[in-house]
Design a protein around this ligand. Structure first.
Ligand code: SAH
Length: 349
């Protein structure tokens, strides 16, 4: 029988298992601290646990860590891009951005993606598989170990659609935010979604005070359908209603992402539509200059058009920022590094 992946368990799960093993409940907290604060990679190192229990834990569980496959460090701003190789050979991508407010890690939630957004590199080859909780967690842990520094913020904005891997992503949030362990506040976690309305509602009902970022990218349904297949399933109005529902449940202000694509969604008329759609609401909009993807025809909007778009929506009293490009010298859109690596492997390079 294969061993259980202990880093995918939250403290409550662990307490149940420890009780079942005939041990006292408080042992679970000790073990959880060894795993998530001390970051031990073997049960042997858990010196306040009896030898007998350590051996029984070792028979039942394994402590999985991620192997760094490649690492690129920006000379401009210290941004780091990592590729990790998983047990089954899958390759996933993560990014670390050293912001003033703390080190922020952008983690992947799936190997590949099945959402099909036209501007995105992560979805080019479809979905390979969901990541386990410990594989999502392991990205941040491996980066902390590599840098010798702590991570304070997590953004679920790497490859994959987090709400399409709902249970493992929620479990990841529970584990990484537990104050008996890594203790990254849920308020320091941002989850970005292309707009799985049912998932947004489920997240709202859980009440986790994470920040939701909705990938809007268009101000009318016709335009959105051209670039995001999810728009065939849900209207923008349904997306917004789900966001307001979440705000009601969690009190957390929602963010919208709007990637500006030349001639597709960046005209003055688009800005007016967007202004009318969300003007006056307590939201934040992040304008992202689209990052061109080799395999796609779409182009980035010009700087002038981006600035004009930004000033036009500011008139509607919308809190807006233009996303700063990080790690320009090691850049490439989300998922591009992974795709290149997969291609190289296929060519035997
Ligand atoms: N599946 C999630 C996370 C995706 S990545 C989602 O759809 O939100 C985070 C953000 O980057 C999303 O808003 C996504 O639409 C956007 N994005 C993806 N590829 C991009 C590109 N080439 N240029 C600009 N933004 C991009």
């Amino acid at each position: 029988m294969s061993k259980l992946d202990i880093l995918s368990y939250n403290l409550e799960n662990l307490e149940e298992i420890i009780l079942e093993m005939g041990e006292s409940k408080f042992r679970a907290k000790q073990i959880f601290r060894w795993l998530h604060i001390d970051r031990v990679e073997s049960f042997e190192e858990m010196t306040n646990i009896s030898k007998d229990l350590r051996e029984r834990l070792d028979e039942k569980f394994e402590i999985k860590t991620l192997e760094i496959h490649k690492r690129l460090i920006s000379k401009i701003d210290g941004t780091r891009k990592y590729l990790f190789k998983l047990e089954d050979g899958q390759i996933i991508e993560s990014v670390m951005m050293p912001y003033k407010h703390g080190n922020t890690v952008c983690v992947s939630s799936q190997a590949g993606c099945r959402m099909g957004c036209k501007f995105c590199a992560s979805t080019l080859n479809g979905l390979d598989r969901n990541l386990t909780t410990s594989e999502i967690l392991g990205q941040s842990y491996a980066i902390e170990k590599d840098m010798g520094e702590r991570v304070s913020h997590i953004v679920l904005m790497g490859s994959g659609e987090p709400l399409d891997n709902f249970d493992n992503v929620m479990q990841f949030i529970r584990v990484i935010s537990d104050d008996n362990g890594t203790n990254i506040s849920k308020r320091n976690i941002t989850l970005s979604t292309c707009g799985l309305v049912d998932g947004i509602k489920k997240l709202a009902d859980l009440g986790f005070p994470v920040t939701l970022a909705l990938s809007l990218h268009a101000a009318d349904d016709e335009t959105r359908k051209k670039i995001m297949p999810i728009a065939n399933k849900y209207t923008i109005q349904e997306e917004l209603d789900a966001c307001w529902y979440l705000f009601e449940k969690t009190g957390r202000r929602v963010s919208f992402e709007y990637s500006l694509i030349n001639g597709v969604n960046d005209s003055p008329e688009d800005a007016v539509k967007l202004g009318k759609l969300i003007g006056g609401k307590n939201v934040h909009i992040n304008l992202i200059p689209m990052n061109p993807v080799d395999e796609r025809e779409l182009e980035q909007s010009t700087k002038q058009r981006i600035e004009a778009f930004c000033s036009a929506i500011e008139k509607y009293h919308i809190n807006v920022t233009i996303r700063r490009e990080m790690g320009r010298d090691i850049n490439g859109a989300c998922g591009q590094l992974r795709n290149r690596e997969l291609k190289n492997e296929a060519n035997g390079e």
